[in-house]
Design a protein around this ligand. Structure first.
Ligand SMILES: [Zn+2]
Length: 64
C-alpha cells in the first residue's frame, strides 16, 4: 500500500480519553480484492494513529 509521510496533529483519542499527538496519513487501501470490481474498490483513507496508545482509525475519504 502507498502511504505518504504522516503529518502530526493533536486531537482527542477515544482510546486514551484525552488529547494526544496523532500521526495523520493518507493511504490507498484495496477493499474486497477478491471481487470482480476490484478496480473500483481502491479507496483513499485518512488514517489516524495515536502516538501514545497506537489506536488506529481509518476514515474513508469518499464518504463526505
Ligand atoms: Zn490513544
Amino acid at each position: 500500500m502507498q502511504r505518504a509521510s504522516p503529518e502530526t496533529a493533536t486531537d482527542h483519542c477515544s482510546a486514551c480519553g484525552t488529547e494526544q499527538r496523532l500521526d495523520v496519513s493518507i493511504a490507498i487501501l484495496t477493499e474486497s480484492p477478491d471481487e470482480a470490481n476490484a478496480a473500483f474498490s481502491r479507496e483513499p483513507y485518512r488514517i489516524v494513529e495515536c502516538r501514545s496508545c497506537g489506536e488506529t482509525s481509518k476514515t474513508r475519504m469518499n464518504d463526505a
